[in-house]
Design a protein around this ligand. Structure first.
Ligand code: ADP
Ligand code: MG
Length: 245
């Protein structure tokens, strides 16, 4: 998988409100080049909104996001979304298109590849996620785990420099979670810079370089997984962990 061009991500004092709801209240997060940060925290704490500010699906009211030290403010949104791939809980595949077409569509539109090259790249990427044999199937004919691997292949085909995962395994049946997490762990090991919002504490403990705990719109505590899971300082984080572990 193409990971040689990973970049660092810095989130600096990001604020964002929806009306009077202050959803992000000064978020800071550092993800060195090639590192994996897992973001954990209660529902409604702003995790998804944070990810959406990183690829500028939403513009922060204040603060900034830096890729390799350079602000993404003012970047062309399409170019930015090629650099920063995102995978969602609900896969977001096009149901009326084959697996292969789901991958080639973005290659043709975003990378502007011709038909033959797009098909070749898409087949190679599907091979890497173990789904070459499903190229002609429709998404509905695949398991949820397979569909999510197609969504990951589609994002990777664009050769992103950063990958964002928003609860990528939360919609999956328990027996399908492992395969998707294994693919994410591979990607991390190969040096992709990743921000992973997850409730999978085992994954966070084993794969993350940094675990960041979000609560009410801020990163309340962040650190290496061993420290976070074994000697968290903040009472709110301790309480959260006692409920989820
Ligand atoms: P999490 O992912 O941690 O569960 P979210 O980032 O989805 O949290 O949501 C944080 C808060 O922002 C919630 O109160 C949610 O209702 C609100 N919110 C999220 N997206 C929107 C939106 N598009 N419009 C209005 N409010 C939103
Ligand atoms: Mg969310």
């Amino acid at each position: 998988m193409a990971t040689s061009e990973s970049v660092s991500v810095r989130v600096r004092d990001v604020h964002l409100s929806f009306g009077s709801n202050r959803v992000l209240r000064g978020v800071d997060l550092d993800v060195p080049r090639g590192a994996t940060a897992c973001v954990i925290g209660p529902s409604g704490s702003g995790k998804s909104t944070l990810l959406r500010t990183v690829n500028r699906l939403i513009e922060p009211d204040r603060g900034d996001v830096l890729l390799d030290g350079r602000s993404v403010r003012g970047d062309d949104p399409d170019a930015l979304r090629q650099r920063v791939g995102m995978v969602f809980q609900q896969f977001n595949l096009f149901p009326h298109l084959s697996v292969l077409r789901n991958v080639t569509l973005a290659l043709r539109r975003v990378r502007r590849l011709g038909e033959d090259e797009a098909v070749a790249v898409a087949r190679a990427q599907l091979e890497l996620v173990g789904l070459a044999a499903k190229a002609d199937a429709r998404p509905a004919q695949l398991s949820g785990g397979q569909q999510q691997r197609v969504a990951i292949a589609r994002a990777l085909a664009l050769q992103p420099q950063v990958m964002l995962f928003d609860e990528a395994t939360s919609a999956l049946d328990p027996e399908l979670v492992k395969g998707v997490l294994a693919l994410m762990a591979d990607l991390s090991a190969q040096g992709m810079t990743m921000i992973v919002v997850t409730h999978e504490m085992g994954f966070a403990r084993e794969v993350a370089d940094t675990v960041a705990f979000m609560d009410r719109g801020v990163v309340l505590e962040a650190g290496e997984p061993a420290r976070i899971f074994e000697s968290a300082e903040h009472p709110r984080l301790r309480r959260f962990l006692s409920q989820v572990l």
